[in-house]
Design a protein around this ligand. Structure first.
Ligand SMILES: NC(=O)c1ccc[n+]([C@@H]2O[C@H](COP(=O)([O-])OP(=O)(O)OC[C@H]3O[C@@H](n4cnc5c(N)ncnc54)[C@H](OP(=O)(O)O)[C@@H]3O)[C@@H](O)[C@H]2O)c1
Length: 374
């Protein structure tokens, strides 16, 4: 690390880690040294972090999300570049950036290597920290019109929805898309489907949330608690034809109702596991529907960048349900766990105004009272 744009980051900064003995109460604040930057790396002063359902799985140590040692929680956030290592050309000091969920998946088809180190899980630390070191190749610049809280929601939920709606499938004007629930992925899917001219049918356990989803552009809504055979209602709403595309965030045996909701030759994007990772599935129904099943795994950097262009062009605003302070992480996780939210839950990260932030900015600017970059 050298040159005027480099910071000798010798300070310490706070982060929240998840790990044994597991559970939301076991998520703990730690203080860690900010590592020196290797060539190609950048230091980002985090401003906001968004939670995903996956973070509940990591915190609770569920199945494949059970870490063997404590890991910094959460994959999604935004911050400002405050130091750059040698040979960094993609971003500059002061740029507002988000890390990508799969730091090695820049573009093209998935390979085992690209899938290897998702942020905030078994293989790598996450971003719920005052400062995070990223490879410069593993971040994207983010739309200027969005607030920090809005940008923080993008790396997983939005990219996954974009992948399903606009990359793997190509939702066309006039098509009908079924969105399940009103969590993070689902509301982005709703917004992207509308942006592409599709009609949206949304399901939810709450009439109040359904009303809010209609205000976001859904044409029809079904309460899946009040109407357990919601797939039959969806078929009625499409005059017996079925929808063109189902965004399934529930998984397990829910796939049977997704399939029943589908038109002949339609597509199901299988994304979520809210009902678990397995279930008894009527494969005959798949065959007779002549259906396509797309497994969706977040997405690549190039998908993130394409989505950002669409967001900026259409001035699309992510739905932020609620913003918590950094140290209110336990309340924020519980809020997501209970499913009370509509859209995304975000934490603001105030590390930039602590002693480390001031020291870093002073090194950058030579001014000990310097504020964070705008
Ligand atoms: N494959 C991938 O790359 C990928 C990426 C991101 C997320 N995911 C997965 O996708 C799922 C959603 O993630 P998220 O972060 O968007 O979750 P989230 O924000 O926590 O959303 C959860 C919402 O789903 C709805 N829901 C729960 N059970 C349901 C059911 N049986 N039927 C219909 N809706 C139901 C509820 O909405 P209402 O309150 O409106 O009922 C709930 O609020 C999770 O399983 C997550 O692990 C996968």
């Amino acid at each position: 690390m050298s040159g005027p744009s480099a910071v000798s980051a010798t300070g310490r900064a706070r982060a929240y880690v998840a790990g044994p003995p597991f559970g939301i109460d076991a998520v703990t604040a730690v203080e860690r040294s900010i590592p020196s930057l290797a060539p190609g790396q950048i230091l980002v002063q985090m401003r906001a972090v968004a939670l995903n359902y996956r973070d509940i799985l990591v915190a609770n140590g569920v199945g494949a999300w059970r870490v063997s040692e404590s890991r910094v929680l959460a994959s999604d956030g935004v911050g400002v570049v405050v130091a750059v290592g040698d040979a960094v050309t993609r971003v500059a000091l002061g740029d507002r950036v988000s890390g990508i969920f799969y730091p090695r998946w820049h573009d093209g088809e998935l390979t085992p290597d690209k899938l290897a180190v998702p942020l905030g899980g078994v293989a790598a630390d996450g971003v719920l920290a005052e400062y995070v070191v990223f490879d410069a190749e593993s971040v994207v610049r983010v739309p200027e019109l969005l607030s920090d809280a809005e940008v923080a929601t993008l790396p997983t939920a939005a990219v996954t929805a974009w992948h399903a709606i606009a990359e793997r499938h190509d939702v066309r004007p006039g098509e009908t898309v079924l969105i399940q629930g009103t969590g993070g992925v689902s509301l982005f899917a709703l917004q992207f489907a509308r942006l592409r001219g599709a009609e949206v049918i949304v399901t939810s356990s709450s009439d109040e949330k359904l009303e809010r989803a209609r205000a976001l552009g859904a044409s029809h809504s079904v309460n899946y608690r009040a109407t357990p055979a919601w797939d039959e209602r969806v078929v009625e709403l499409t005059s017996g034809r079925g929808v063109d595309h189902v965004v399934d965030v529930v998984g397990g045996a829910n796939l049977n109702r997704s399939m029943s909701s589908l038109r002949l030759g339609g597509t199901v994007s299988i994304i979520g596991l809210l009902a678990g990772t397995a279930g008894q599935v009527d494969t005959y129904r798949f065959a007779t529907k002549n259906a396509r099943l797309h497994g969706i795994e977040v997405g690549s950097r190039s998908m993130f960048e394409a989505m950002n262009v669409a967001i900026a062009t259409h001035r699309l605003r992510p739905v932020v349900d609620r913003t918590f302070e950094f140290d209110d992480i336990h309340a924020a996780l519980r809020h997501v766990e209970t499913g009370a939210h509509f859209g995304k839950v975000v934490l603001t990260v105030g590390g930039g105004d602590g002693p480390v932030g001031r020291a870093l900015r002073a090194t950058l600017t030579g001014n000990t009272s310097a504020r964070a970059p705008a």
